[in-house]
Design a binder for this molecule. Structure first.
Ligand code: IMP
Ligand code: MG
Length: 192
């Protein structure tokens, strides 16, 4: 395991403040409540690990009974900041999806590969409906089109951390979204 980074020193700037994140989550929750008003069987699926903080805040902001379930996928190899294009299921859902109204909750859509794969995989389980909610999206990086119903923020082509998102498994606990200084990635090139 690598040594913990100096978090404050490695942050270049805050891209989205805690206040803005929380305000946007309230808006999305309000929209979900309205659009799933008639639905008695909402199941929110958290894509681990990146989605864990977003799901827990979003779930608490939704004033309507719903279930949550978790799955873990991996689309990166090691410490890379690029999606490998190969998506592996590391942990599957515990609940069946057939006939249920399913909402996938993701941290970020970059190339779109992870979600387009996940969507196909989950559709085969025959849910009554399947929609996607992502906190962040980088439209300029898209390689595969994905139909996303709820989007928190569109962001530029920057590698971001915080609020669930990591670099080398660190920074997930920051309550805001930040961009790292180039030095923070230096050890990648040094071959460590
Ligand atoms: P995609 O398959 O290229 O769309 O990649 C999606 C996954 O890559 C996300 O669920 C994240 O886990 C990860 N990812 C993409 N961009 C970033 C980023 O800027 N910071 C941290 N993780 C990212
Ligand atoms: Mg993710």
């Amino acid at each position: 395991m690598s040594n913990p980074p100096n978090i404050q020193e490695n942050i270049d700037y805050t891209l989205i403040t805690e206040k803005k994140l929380q305000a946007r989550i309230e808006e999305i929750a309000f929209q979900i409540e309205a659009e799933y008003k008639e639905c008695n069987d909402l199941l929110m699926i958290c894509v681990l690990k990146g989605g864990f903080i977003f799901l827990s805040d979003l779930s608490r902001a939704i004033n309507k009974p719903h279930h949550v379930d978790f799955m873990a996928v991996s689309s990166y190899e090691g410490k890379s900041t690029e999606s490998s294009g190969v998506v592996q299921i590391m942990m599957d859902l515990k609940q069946p999806l057939e006939g249920r109204h399913v909402l996938i909750v993701e941290d970020i859509i970059d190339s779109g590969r992870t979600l387009s794969y996940l969507r196909q995989l989950l559709l085969a389980r025959k849910p009554a409906s399947l929609e996607i909610c992502t906190l962040l999206t980088k439209p300029s990086r898209r390689e595969v089109e994905v139909d996303v119903k709820y989007i928190g923020f569109e962001i530029p082509d920057e590698f971001v951390v915080g609020y669930g998102l990591d670099f080398d498994e660190y920074y997930r606990n920051l309550p805001y979204i930040a961009v790292l200084k180039p030095e923070a990635f230096a050890h990648l090139n040094a071959g460590e």
